[in-house]
Design a protein around this ligand. Structure first.
Ligand code: NAD
Ligand code: MG
Length: 390
């Protein structure tokens, strides 16, 4: 019986994780759950999975939740301390890290430092603090399993092979809903257009990141840290069908790929039970019904976020944390219709250009850069708000 703490249990990954748990009675026990604002769903999850402890972001919501669940055995905590208490609980074997954004960093790092295995969906953790996090993994001896479908595919394609035989990693990207759009068309994009992803159902932030291709940029950085491969040996191919989830090219020219239907349950389950595989009730991939698989080079003019991410990780230090924070604020401003779609990369580039890069070897340095970037992005957004949105 594997005992789990699920961070972000009310989100897209969190809900899929709990569905897998429910479909496999006797295999998992849910010790801790944490959520942001969706108290009604968290309340249902508490009734269903009976965790020992839960955490929400603030004391007001903790009190409201406590009143809703009444006198039950589940303890309700709040804030970063509450999240950390959930992941470090002595009964937890594995932490599913599925909070969105930089808020996932501190509890994930705490879990690693406490020696808990981590199923990592929160890619922002490695983008912001890759060096620090990988050093903590090496020190604690815990295992870090990728949940992101591309990284799970690479993880699977590397198994049984020698690291020195790897020539490069190839991440696939659907290209999002605007793959063939012109710059003029992109000017007019609304949040509603951008939230309609062709292949995947995901949370709002990652869906916008997929539309700008920042998601792929964040994934390049994530892959660099997870697999210790230089960023210039990580390529991105547009693959609109989302059937090949990513691949590894070896020095003899062999390409090893992992294929499947686009459903996050497969990579989540593999991270939960590696090296075993769980039986999942998903439609099989019927290769004979696929008419074709297509590949293309990303359009760097229409989707500059990918290049911004490559530049940030090449620069290193605190720059990727700044890129990430500026992106989080720009995406939120776009969702609130304060800025246009093409303003997202403009804002990120402006904030990164203003940043004085420093080393990112402590949590404090990273959090300082993160808050500087949030304040600066806020100011930049304020300057352009209402000016360029049409
Ligand atoms: P989501 O928005 O659906 O869910 C996010 C979860 O985090 C929710 O439970 C929310 O309540 C919680 N949360 C948000 N802000 C919080 C805060 N400040 N403090 C505490 N909790 C907070 O997001 P998602 O799509 O499930 O994605 C989660 C993470 O997994 C992201 O980092 C994303 O990039 C990554 N990921 C998601 C997918 C996917 O298919 N959804 C695929 C690969 C990677
Ligand atoms: Mg992905």
């Amino acid at each position: 019986m594997k005992r789990l703490a699920v961070l972000g249990s009310t989100g897209s990954i969190g809900v899929s994780t709990l569905e897998i748990v429910a479909e496999h009675p006797g295999q998992f026990q849910v010790v801790a759950l944490t959520a942001g604002r969706n108290l009604a769903l968290l309340e249902e999850q508490i009734a269903r999975f009976r965790p020992d402890v839960v955490a929400v972001p603030d004391p007001e919501n903790a009190q409201r939740l406590q009143e809703r669940i009444g006198a039950c055995a589940t303890r309700v905590l709040y804030g970063t301390d509450g999240l950390i208490a959930c992941v470090t609980d002595s009964h937890v074997d594995m932490v599913v890290s599925a909070i969105v954004g930089a808020a996932g960093l501190e509890p994930t790092l705490a879990a690693i430092e406490a020696g808990k295995d981590v199923a990592l969906a929160n890619k922002e953790t490695l983008v912001i603090a890759g060096e620090l996090v990988m050093a903590a993994v090496a020190k604690s001896g815990c295992q870090l399993f990728p949940v992101d479908s591309e990284h799970s595919a690479i993880f699977q394609s590397l198994e049984g092979h020698r690291k020195e035989d790897v020539r490069r990693l190839i991440l696939t990207a659907s290209g999002g809903p605007f793959r063939n759009w012109s710059l003029d068309d992109l000017q007019e994009v609304t949040p509603q257009d951008a939230l309609a992803h062709p292949n995947w159902t995901m949370g709002r932030k990652i869906t916008i990141d997929s539309a700008t291709m920042m998601n792929k940029g964040l994934e390049v950085i994530e892959a660099h840290w997870l697999f210790d491969v230089p960023v210039d040996d990580i390529a991105v191919h547009i693959h609109p069908e989302s059937i090949i989830h990513s691949m590894v090219e070896y020095i003899d020219g062999a390409l090893i790929a992992q294929l499947g239907i686009p459903d996050m349950k497969t990579p989540i389950a593999y991270a939960l039970t590696y090296p075993e595989r769980l039986t999942l009730d998903l439609p099989a991939l019927d290769l004979c019904r696929l008419s074709q698989l297509n590949f293309a080079v990303p359009d760097s003019q229409c989707f500059p976020c990918l290049g911004l991410a490559y530049d940030a990780i090449r620069r290193g230090g605190t720059t990727p944390a700044v890129l990430n924070a500026a992106n989080e604020l720009a995406v939120e401003a776009f969702l609130q219709e304060k800025i246009g779609f093409l303003d997202i990369p403009r804002i990120i580039a402006k904030v990164v250009a203003k940043h004085t890069n420093t080393v990112a070897s402590s949590l404090e340095q990273i959090l300082t850069a993160d808050s500087w970037a949030r304040q600066t992005a806020h100011d930049v957004i304020h300057e352009i708000e209402g000016v360029s949105y049409t």
